[in-house]
Write a protein that binds this ligand. Structure first.
Ligand code: ZN
Length: 280
């Protein structure tokens, strides 16, 4: 999977004295996904800066699974989808803990005891979901998806593309239904948890007046998306197969549209496409 980045310094120059809207070519740099979410960018003009990817892990892992299918690697797709679900369980558990008013330190230290064993994490998720929704959650089918996943991950089974798509669809549905529930029952802490778990440091000072350390921040829109769920004629609407054209399209060179916060609100009242950390 490739992430489209931009040069925050060029972007910053473009926005000097702008009327709320400017655009910037994004031919390169493109980069591979990094675990930390931080990217060093060097543009054609020789600017060096960093861009932070403001997404949570499971959104990106699911997107990696989709990309793997597009590229012809169904086995890697299954592995990424399975990891997306595991990281989603953690995210869900953290939302519910926040909802209960538990301190960040206690949440982090409890997670440590769960983090090395996936069965414990499923248990934590089941408990959290039951607590929040008063119902038993839907899990992967122990006669179908669980043995399939194990066969792929532990026994080296090479699935067909159709099997990978069908596994991805099951996981996509589980995650999206749960995010929907979280939006309904715990919207405020959902946002708070997202900010805690994203590599973007929301506590960092907005502008310290030093142009040499302009940092960019980009949120990519994903098939499973906490903050910007696909709706209407969004290209992300639909199941796994519906994402493939979008992904191919996203790999083409683009122009990045930059909007001031005000202009952004006007055009996309319920959606944030891109944030510049240092807005003029
Ligand atoms: Zn530049």
């Amino acid at each position: 999977m490739i992430v489209k980045l931009f040069c925050p310094k060029c972007a910053y120059e473009k926005t000097k004295g702008f009327d709320g809207h400017a655009s910037l070519d994004v031919p390169v740099p493109l980069t591979r996904l990094s675990d930390s979410g931080e990217y060093e960018v060097k543009c054609g003009k020789g600017h060096e800066s960093s861009v932070i990817l403001d997404n949570v892990k499971f959104e990106l892992l699911f997107e990696m699974g989709l990309n793997a299918i597009v590229d012809g690697y169904p086995r890697e797709a299954v592995s990424s989808f399975a990891s997306a679900l595991e990281r989603f369980y953690e995210f869900y558990w953290r939302v519910v803990m926040n909802h209960q008013g538990i301190s960040k330190d206690a949440i982090d230290s409890s997670w440590k005891t769960l983090s090395k064993m996936s069965e414990r994490q499923v248990g934590a998720y089941v408990t959290a979901a039951t607590l929040l929704t008063k119902k038993s959650p839907t899990l992967l089918n122990t006669n179908k998806e669980v043995p399939f996943r194990n066969k792929v991950i532990h026994n080296g089974y090479v699935p067909t593309t159709e099997e990978a798509i069908s596994f991805g669809n099951v996981i996509m549905l589980l995650i999206n239904n749960d995010i929907e529930k979280l939006r309904e029952l715990a919207a405020t802490v959902l946002d708070l948890t997202y900010k805690e778990q994203s590599p973007h440091d929301y506590d960092e000072l907005e502008d310290d007046g030093d142009e040499s350390i302009i940092r960019g921040c980009v949120n990519i829109l994903t098939a499973v998306d906490v903050r910007h769920p696909p709706k209407g004629n969004d290209r992300r609407v639909g199941g796994v197969e519906e994402q493939f054209n979008r992904i191919r399209k996203e790999r083409e060179p683009t122009r990045m549209q930059m909007l001031s916060a005000e202009e952004m609100k006007k055009r996309f009242p319920d959606r944030k496409l891109l944030e510049m950390e240092n807005e003029p």
